[in-house]
Design a protein around this ligand. Structure first.
Ligand code: ADE
Length: 227
């Protein structure tokens, strides 16, 4: 099985790139796909760039051009729940869009407004977390995706009221929708870089790299453990 791995920003794939061997690169529609091996597993790694459209374009290429057997999105997010803090992780129990009309999504393709994380990948992530030497706080929760960096208190409140997420980011649900449409198991792993509030910009600048690496470390452990 080929693992399709997406990070939206260079920081989100940096650690994974250092662990990759036999690398071959191909650029399609402006995005560069790196095929190779990490921890003995065949992977295709791509930096999708930010936002839902870029992420969907990347995921669809992984599905059609590389025939990946699963899709993992690793990266950072803004925390919107009370029981996690910066540098804790969220595993996607499910993903929703916070800037898309749920009723329309249910009426038209893909006829659902919530995209569950794959149970097998969730179990693998939980096993990997249990075996990691450093303790990492995490939650199996809801991730809400939209084309905005959330740092406005009013927007944060409105997203929480409407979608009840544990964190917000800008790609996960788009990747999950593409995976769902192609019947490919998918998991989104996000490490909290900020609290999606007025301090989010400063917190993001401070914690982006360390949070991105935390998420990637979990993925490395998953690849190590996988059959
Ligand atoms: N990714 C990391 N922090 C975020 C935030 N506050 N809003 C959207 N995406 C994010």
């Amino acid at each position: 099985m080929i693992w399709g791995i997406i990070g939206a920003m260079p920081s989100e794939i940096a650690l994974l790139q250092t662990q990759m061997s036999n690398v071959k690169k191909e650029t399609i529609s402006g995005l560069t796909y790196q095929s190779g091996v990490i921890r003995g597993k065949e992977v295709v790694l791509c930096c999708s760039e930010i936002g839902k459209v870029n992420a969907a374009m990347c995921a669809q290429t992984l599905a059609l051009r590389y025939n990946v057997g699963c899709m993992i999105n690793t990266g950072v997010a803004g925390c919107t729940c009370d029981d996690l803090t910066v540098l804790d992780l969220v595993l996607s129990r499910d993903l929703v869009f916070h800037d898309y009309d749920w009723k329309l999504q249910e009426k038209y393709h893909p006829h659902t407004s919530s995209f569950p994380g794959d149970p097998g990948l969730i179990a693998l992530a939980q096993k990997a977390l249990a075996g990691m030497s450093e303790h990492i706080g995490y939650k199996l929760g809801r991730i809400a995706t939209g084309d905005v960096f959330v740092e406005d208190e009013g927007l944060r409140r409105s997203i929480i009221e409407r979608t009840h997420p544990d964190c917000v980011e800008m790609e996960g649900a788009a990747i999950a929708l593409v995976a769902y449409s192609n019947q490919i198991p998918c998991l989104v792993i996000r490490c909290m870089s900020d609290n999606a509030n007025g301090d989010a910009g400063m917190s993001f600048d401070t914690f982006e790299k360390i949070a991105a690496d935390h998420s990637a470390k979990l993925l490395l452990s998953m690849l190590e453990l996988a059959e």
